[in-house]
Design a protein around this ligand. Structure first.
Ligand SMILES: Cc1cc2nc3c(=O)[nH]c(=O)nc-3n(C[C@H](O)[C@H](O)[C@H](O)COP(=O)(O)OP(=O)(O)OC[C@H]3O[C@@H](n4cnc5c(N)ncnc54)[C@H](O)[C@@H]3O)c2cc1C
Length: 474
């Protein structure tokens, strides 16, 4: 059997970028794909979600038409046609945007639809289709799957993937888990007309976001008709009802029930490593199956690296891409490059959107003397024009250096607004530098210029070029 330089298992963003990088560095590389190219990112996560979220956005914009004097009848969603659109988008992304052409052009050997791969020894893998490959280095990029709970009746619940595959919009839905996935499912299906109840065991939804961001999203959800239950108690079981499923839960010793046509459980993420046969090769994992890696993304077995969701760190596409690049660089050139960036963009396409780059306010306060500046969306021109005045932009600045440490935004176009803060953080900009960048008026991005100007004023920094004055006087 030929000895390859690098074998990459899994073709999500981490695997694709690992294979591209390894081949770019001259390594003879093979990419092993269980099913579809593009991984969960293209086939079952952000791409289908974003397509449904776009439909939800169009519905809410259509419902705003009356505000601008445009009379139309109530928009009607044809869900099967929307799902056709989702399938078209997923196929197009897989073909045109998930870098398949680049992978082929750098001569990575791609093994499509090879089935699940497993280790035979630390240099050899085999797949369900009978493929056997031997490599000097192996990079595990197998991502994760929804966590299942060992509770009576849990098999009656659906995952986010089942929710995208429904043939019609359920009349009612319980969403269990108020993290990023649960919040998106709740927000999208609420816009589609389902009666939604969102259950979060902790004291607030979006527990890893800024507390003020969580509060705005929870209030907006409630305002839009979603029943948000925080600190709801402990799930006991699920049972079938004539029209759907019931969840039995307890709180302070009392039993309660809630039922709906469908229950979607979004209770976390575990690594997709159960079938890889790690015991045989000695790759160490944690209690959720996530592969333990050092800062160079090297596992406990020196010739085996891991990248992306399978390591259980920041489970997002930009981080998976970066990990793939770093793991391949270290696999080919020796373990010298450390993974991680100060930016770590996080964002979600709920209504309202929320996003974060850099350090959260809480994290920043652990190590820095912090100043924050906030601009509320009900005081900016563009948001007033568009009738989207819920939300705020918060900038987190180090008082000593005046450098931008982080940014939280909740509200319309939150994700886009934070991208400019990401550039400022990466460039190591001071807040007064950012305040002096001319930004078009009236735009969502200009809100960031305004909050930067506010922070600069609080720090008594001289802003000699009043770039975003228009926002202040409008
Ligand atoms: C509902 C939802 C919405 C999301 N929205 C966003 C978003 O808006 N923005 C964002 O940045 N991130 C989002 N994410 C997260 C993002 O999808 C992941 O962080 C990203 O896909 C991780 O990439 P990866 O390459 O590590 O793994 P994956 O994309 O999961 O790819 C892993 C691949 O490996 C394959 N595989 C697994 N086991 C084996 C095996 N034994 N042999 C061979 N192949 C195997 C899998 O089938 C899969 O194709 C979302 C996730 C979900 C669930």
């Amino acid at each position: 059997m030929e000895l390859l330089d690098v074998i990459v298992i899994g073709a999500g963003p981490a695997g694709v970028f690992a294979a591209l990088r390894a081949a770019d560095l001259g390594a003879k590389t093979a990419l092993v794909i269980r099913d579809e190219f593009g991984g969960m990112a293209a086939n079952d996560g952000p791409v289908p979600v974003r397509t449904l979220a776009q439909a939800a956005r169009l519905l809410r914009e259509a419902r705003q038409l009356g505000m601008f004097g445009i009379a139309v009848s109530e928009p009607v969603l044809n869900y099967p046609r929307l799902l056709e659109r989702v399938r078209t988008v997923v196929n197009d992304v897989r073909m045109h945007s998930a870098l398949r052409a680049q992978i082929d052009s750098v001569q990575v050997t791609v093994h499509d639809h090879a089935g699940t791969a497993r280790f035979v020894d630390s240099h050899t893998i085999e797949t369900e289709s009978g493929l056997q490959l031997r490599g000097k280095k192996i990079i595990i990029c197998t991502g994760g799957v929804s966590r299942r709970l060992s509770l009576p009746g849990f098999e009656l619940t659906a995952t986010h993937s089942d929710a995208w595959r429904l043939t019609s919009v359920p009349q009612s839905m319980l969403v269990i888990g108020g993290g990023a996935t649960g919040a998106q499912v709740a927000s999208i299906f609420n816009a589609f007309g389902s009666k939604i109840e969102l259950f979060e065991a902790g004291p607030r939804i979006l527990a890893t976001e800024d507390e003020d961001v969580s509060a705005v999203v929870a209030d907006s959800f409630r305002g839009a008709g979603i029943r948000v239950h925080e600190s709801f108690g402990k799930i006991e079981s699920f049972e079938k009802t004539p029209s759907g499923v019931r969840m039995i839960f307890s709180k302070n010793g009392a039993l309660n029930g809630a039922e709906a046509a469908l229950i979607v459980a979004a209770v976390g993420w575990v690594a997709d490593t159960a079938t890889l046969n790690f015991l045989k090769v000695g790759v160490e994992i944690d209690h959720r199956g996530f592969v333990r890696v050092d800062p160079y993304l090297q596992t406990s077995v020196p010739n085996i690296f891991a990248a992306g969701d399978v390591t259980g760190r920041m489970m997002l596409v930009p981080q998976a891409i970066q990990d793939g690049f770093v793991a391949a660089t270290n696999a080919v050139r020796g373990a010298k490059k450390v993974s991680g960036s100060p930016v770590n963009p996080i964002g979600s396409f709920t209504d309202p959107e929320y996003a974060q780059v850099g350090l959260s306010e809480r994290k920043a306060r652990e190590k820095h003397d912090v100043l924050t500046a906030v601009v509320n969306f009900d005081s900016t021109t563009r948001t007033i024009i568009d009738g989207r005045t819920t939300g705020f932009c918060k900038l987190i600045v180090d008082r000593g250096t005046s450098k931008i440490l982080g940014c939280h935004v909740v509200g319309e176009r939150a994700v886009d607004i934070t991208q400019v803060a990401a550039i400022a953080i990466t460039a190591g900009m001071r807040v007064d530098d950012l305040a002096q960048v001319p930004l078009s008026f009236p735009t969502y991005i200009a809100i960031l210029g305004r909050v930067a100007a506010s922070a600069a004023r609080q720090l008594n920094l001289k802003v000699t070029w009043q770039a975003n004055h228009a926002e202040d006087v409008a």
